[in-house]
Structure formats: C-alpha cells, structure tokens
Design a protein around this ligand. Structure first.
Ligand code: UD1
Length: 394
C-alpha cells in the first residue's frame, strides 16, 4: 500500500488535517471493499493509499497541540519531529532537517501540507527536493503583505506544489496570476469548515460561556497573536486599550496565545490587562470550548486567519484587527469587517455591532463540509495518473 504523508505542525493545522485523514481512510476502506469481490485485492493493493501523519512539533504545549488531537479524533502521529520554537530560520531549518530522513524512510507517494505556517513551507521544500509530489491544502490565499511570515510560506509552498487545493475563488485568480498551470488548481472548499460543521453540535452542548458566568450573545470573544500586533509595545498597548474600552459595555473573553502572553509579561502589560473589570483572560482553549464560545458570541475580534472563516459560517460578526486579509470572501460574502490595529476604529465598529447587530453574511461556495472528500478523490486520481506514477518510481 502506498503512503500519503500529511504534515502538521501548529494549532491551525490540526483541524484541517483531521477531516482529510478521515476521508483518505474512508476512501481506502471503500476501495478494498469494491475490489474484494473480484478477488483482485492482491493485484490492486498498490492502488490504495494509507495516510501517515507527521507532527513537526512546531506547537508542543498540551493546550496548543495535544488537546486538539484528542478532541478532533486525530490519530497519534506516526512520527513526531520535536522541532519546537525558534526564529523563523531556525524553525524552518529544524523542520527540514528532521523531516528529510523521515521522508527518505517512509517513501510516501505524496506529501500533503496544510495552511501557511512555517512547517507547511519547510515540509513542501523538503519533499520537492526528494522528488516527492506535494499537495497544498488552502493554496492561493494572498494578503499581499510580505512582512507576514505566512505570506512568504504561502508563495513558496504554492510555487513548488503539484496539487493546489483552494478554498475560495480569489485563490485561483492569485495562482493564475503567478503562472501556476490551471490543471494543478482544484477548488474544493474549506476543510476547516468540514471540522466546524462536524463538531458544532458537540460544541453547543458544552456551553463554555456559562462556565465563565456569561449569557449567550452577551459577550465578545478575542484572539490576538500576529507578530505585527503583539511583538511591539505600542501596537499591543493600543489594542489592549481598545479591548478594555469595549469591556466597559460588554464582557470580553480573551484566551491568550503563548506568544501574546510572553510579550504582555515582558512589556509589563500583563497586570494591566487583568485589571479591566469586564476583560476575562484565559489560557488557550481547546477546539470545542473555543467553538462553543465563538458560536454564541455577540462579536469576535481577531487577527487570526481561520477565525475570519469560522465566524462567517457561524454568522457571527467578526472584526479583524489587521489591515488586509488573504481571505477576501469573508468580507465580500461573510460577516467579516477589516478594522486594522487602530484602537479608535476597533471601538467604533464594536459599538456599531452592539447597537445594530452587525453585518449579516452568507456561506461561501463549497464550504459545505465535503472539502476533504473532494481532496481525497482528486489526490487518488492524481496518484493513479501516469505522471505521478513516474514520479513514484524515481
Ligand atoms: C504560528 C504560525 C501562525 C499561526 C499560529 C497559530 C508561523 C510563521 N506562524 O504562530 O501562522 O496563526 O501559529 O497559533 O508558522 N509557544 C508556546 N507553546 C507552543 C508553541 C509556541 O509557548 O506550543 C510560544 C513560544 O514562545 C514561541 C511563540 O509561542 O516562541 C511563537 O510560536 P511560533 O510557532 O513561532 O509561532 P506562532 O506565533 O504560534
């Protein structure tokens, strides 16, 4: 049986990989069943593909990694590279150095990478140099801001991927403009939304807001971790000021990312943040607790990528504290409004939502819970095509 290796590394990768692994396994099981009556299983087993999960270890805290494996039903990784934190170069090089011997040993038919974190780009680079085809899930998104490490990761990964799976139409346009052959691009929808739709019911039962003493629709939810917002004192202080201001009218729940916490403490802002009466700081939350909070929030304020998409599907107004988004469909079709890091604008837009209920949106095309099934099908066809077979025998 041929292997499809899937690389994950950081928190937002886990919810994207989970449905893909399930879809690949289901496809393998269907294939075996379909082939068995004909008695061909011995001859055709080379046409089946089993997923093999590799964790780079970019995120390693229980709350940033293990809890997601449990809640999302992800299998224990077949390999854990234990790379951990470091500078951009250290982390990228660390993943490459640790992954290369693993890929040499496993000899997968293809490496699948998801999202835009450092592990994504490092994985793609390592595989392509070993002549292993690469599939990129969530390809083609562009913020056009090359100061974001994720933008570099996206551009590099897409330029060396053989299969590019996109979540929205803008991605295809971006890829074509960069000269990617159209035959490599597949508009499949959004695997992060596959996970959200599968687990929304379970998350609702948790009602995590009640544990924080809150009522549904009577609080705002915040996430903040972009280096441009949290790595320098003035930006972080100003955003914090806006959050404290909002918390005077509406309780604000803020699960603090480790990067942000480290900086709040280093800049002497941690005690100040804990002072706002309506500002509720928590440790990073698990997937179900966070989804439960997001689903019933009056509004979400974030600088995350994925949360812009999740709020669009949940129909919850989202204020994105960045100047640009690589996910324009969430603004054009969904509930997202870009407010930048300007505290005045953040407070004003939050006030509008409080008074008027916020932007209503629709659900973007193909965000229907079936993206992973499409990915599994296209990947299988690709691997059975003569092109890839040639690569596989190299
Ligand atoms: C990374 C991704 C970002 C993604 C985010 C989600 C890159 C370039 N960035 O950013 O796109 O949105 O993950 O969380 O890949 N830390 C811990 N425990 C952990 C992991 C990190 O304490 O388990 C701390 C460390 O101090 C580390 C810092 O967080 O130095 C930043 O971690 P890192 O993986 O470099 O980037 P993120 O900011 O998490």
């Amino acid at each position: 049986m041929k292997k499809i290796a899937i690389l994950v590394g950081a928190r937002p990768n886990f919810m994207k990989a989970a449905p893909i692994i399930r879809a690949l396994r289901a496809q393998g099981a269907r294939q075996i069943k379909a082939e068995r009556p004909k008695g061909k299983e011995k001859n055709t087993s080379h046409q089946q593909f089993e997923p093999v999960l590799i964790h780079s270890g970019q995120h390693y805290d229980r709350r940033m990694s293990q809890v997601f494996f449990t809640e999302l039903g992800l299998p224990k990784p077949n390999r854990h590279l234990g790379v951990g934190s470091g500078s951009q170069a250290e982390q990228t090089a660390g993943v490459m150095t640790a992954l290369e011997p693993v890929l040499r040993e496993l000899k997968p038919a293809l490496l699948m990478v998801v999202g835009d974190v450092n592990s994504t780009m490092a994985g793609a680079l390592t595989a392509v140099k070993l002549h292993i085809p690469v599939a990129h899930v969530e390809a083609g998104l562009r913020s056009f801001n090359r100061e974001m490490p994720e933008e570099i990761n996206r551009v590099v990964t897409d330029s060396i991927s053989d299969l590019l799976f996109t979540t929205e139409k803008s991605a295809e346009k971006n890829l074509r403009a960069e000269g990617v052959p159209p035959g490599r691009i597949h508009f499949v929808g959004n695997v992060m939304i596959d996970t959200l739709l599968a687990l929304r019911g379970k998350a609702r039962k948790i009602s995590h807001y009640r544990k924080l003493g809150l009522e549904p629709g009577e609080y705002a939810l915040v996430t903040l971790h972009r280096p441009s917002n949290v790595d320098a004192v003035p930006e972080l202080r100003e955003i914090l000021r806006a959050l404290v201001e909002i918390s005077k009218s509406l309780p604000v729940v803020f699960p603090v990312h480790p990067r942000t916490r480290k900086n709040l403490e280093a800049f002497g802002l941690w005690k100040k943040s804990a002072k706002g009466p309506g500002l509720i700081l928590t440790e990073p939350l698990g997937y179900l607790q966070f989804l439960s909070l997001m689903d019933r929030a009056r509004m979400v304020l974030t600088d995350s990528g994925g949360i812009q998409e999740e709020t669009t599907v949940l129909g919850v107004p989202c204020l994105t504290m960045r100047n640009e988004t690589e996910r324009p469909v969430t603004v054009e079709v969904g509930t997202n409004i870009m407010v930048g890091p300007d505290p005045g604008r953040i407070v004003r837009e939050a006030g509008k939502i409080l008074r008027g209920g916020g932007k209503k949106g629709r659900i973007p095309a193909k965000w229907d819970g079936k993206a992973a099934i499409r990915i599994a099908e296209i990947t299988r066809k690709y691997l059975l095509s003569s092109n890839a077979q040639a690569q596989m025998t190299k």
